[in-house]
Design a protein around this ligand. Structure first.
Ligand SMILES: Nc1ncnc2c1ncn2[C@@H]1O[C@H](COP(=O)(O)OP(=O)(O)O)[C@@H](O)[C@H]1O
Ligand SMILES: [Mg+2]
Length: 413
């Protein structure tokens, strides 16, 4: 299929144009710049249209600006400049000559065009739709959050901020790499902005932070939108969905709708979305550091990181931690970087756990030797360590660890 991008073409989609250089319906150039043949439309946004194009056998994406006011043109040219400057797998590649203009037949208004690498994959809104809004697991959320913060680190290091992070503007490559797209709202951090002058408003409902709705944005505005993006991914609900958003208090009660999320990650996401920019993480390095800490903590038995999460004092109430029940896989403990008092508590706890584990193990061995035992016991194929499976019949002993949490160890014997 060949597509004519002249907005006044009477028949933009016309198969007979397939090998033409000029559109037979309006007389406009159809092989743009002598090398791009527009194949089909991918999207239609507020400021422009997105197409798939062929460049000498290579598939690319072409964005065409439909607005013609100077501000829109400036932002579009900015997108071209930023994308050609930033280099990384998480950002679509734009060649230095990727930006050009086309003048349709009998028109004095040029069309601004930007050719870029085509990301083979779907955007995260489409991805969620395809999986019927099934919520993201914690492990995948950690991986994706890290990828996106690393991409933002690159953008921010060049003194830009994206200003329009949301699921439709993030794509997933087939190899699992996320790509941030749509730099049409990107803004350079200039002294005027730092001095606090307001600038163009770009708002995506539910994703843009309060300061952006008031006409201001800073690099921390991207963190807010990133947090909101994870609310969507972790709950399967848009941030303004009444099931999680209370318009009376302007609060999001999202944790109850997420799947088995640790309080550590939930707290970080709330931190990203703090109502005022000065209460969000200062920069991408701070977030990456926190993500590393969370990853390490989550390698502990679940019972330990829950305690660590409850002890964390970043000022955000943890809904998730109070409601979940700990399960323990005996023998999975790994060393953790923690404060000395935490380490001491952890060591004591580990001793208790090891003791219990050995106790369980002894009972398991005894149970194996008993004929007709009703309680199931499985052996972990990886570590060859017995794993206790909760029995609906057996009374579960409770071990209180903190005043806030009531974790239970549920051995099967
Ligand atoms: N480089 C690209 N590769 C593949 N698909 C893209 C690319 N850029 C945009 N798209 C698709 O087109 C849609 C619209 O593009 P986008 O740049 O977000 O423009 P806008 O939101 O202003 O219409 C995206 O959500 C995505 O699905
Ligand atoms: Mg977009």
């Amino acid at each position: 299929m060949t597509y004519c991008i002249n907005p006044h073409c009477p028949k933009p989609v016309d198969a007979v144009n397939a090998n033409n250089l000029i559109c037979r319906n309006c007389g406009s150039e159809i092989l743009l710049q002598g090398r791009y043949r527009v194949l089909k439309q991918l999207g239609q946004g507020g400021f422009g249209n997105t197409f798939e194009v062929d460049e000498c056998g290579k598939t690319k994406v072409l964005k065409v600006l439909t607005e013609n006011n100077p501000k829109a043109i400036e932002l579009f040219q900015q997108e071209a400049k930023v994308l050609s400057q930033l280099n990384g797998a998480g950002i679509p590649k734009v060649e230095p000559d990727g930006y050009f203009t086309v003048l349709p037949k009998n028109s004095s208004v040029p069309l601004h065009c930007l050719a870029m690498e085509k990301i083979e994959g779907v955007n995260l809104e489409q991805w969620m739709e395809f999986r019927n809004y099934q919520r993201l697991s914690e492990a995948q959320a950690l991986n994706w959050l890290k990828q996106l913060v690393e991409i933002l680190a690159l953008v921010h290091a060049h003194q830009y901020f994206h200003r329009d992070i949301k699921p439709q503007n993030i794509m997933l490559r087939q190899n699992g790499q996320l790509v941030l797209i749509d730099f049409g709202a990107v803004r350079q951090v200039t002294t005027t902005i730092l001095a606090g002058n307001s600038h163009t408003r770009i708002i995506s409902q539910g994703y843009s932070p309060p300061e952006q709705q008031n006409g201001y944005s800073v690099q921390q505005s991207d963190f807010f939108a990133l947090g909101r993006t994870f609310i969507f991914l972790l709950t399967g609900k848009e941030p303004q969905d009444k099931e999680i958003y209370d318009p009376l208090t302007n609060e999001l009660h999202w944790r109850k709708s997420a799947l088995n999320l640790s309080a550590l990650l939930a707290d970080l996401i709330d931190h990203l979305m703090a109502p005022t920019a000065n209460h969000r993480p200062q920069n991408t390095q701070v977030i990456l550091q926190k993500l590393n800490e969370i990853e390490k903590a989550l390698q502990m038995p679940r019972i330990l990181w829950q305690q660590t999460a409850i002890q964390s004092t970043n000022g955000f109430k943890s809904v998730a931690s109070s409601s979940s029940v700990a399960t323990v896989s005996v023998g999975g403990a790994k060393s953790v970087n923690a404060s000395s008092s935490q380490t001491h508590k952890s060591q004591k706890l580990s001793q208790v756990l090891i003791g219990l584990g050995l106790g369980c193990f002894a009972v398991v061995i005894a149970a194996i030797n008993q004929p007709n035992t009703k309680n199931p016991v499985s052996v972990s194929p990886v570590e060859n360590v017995p794993v206790a499976i909760p029995s609906p019949v057996t009374q579960i002993p409770e071990i209180p660890l903190t005043t806030n949490s009531q974790p239970t160890i549920s051995p099967s014997t």
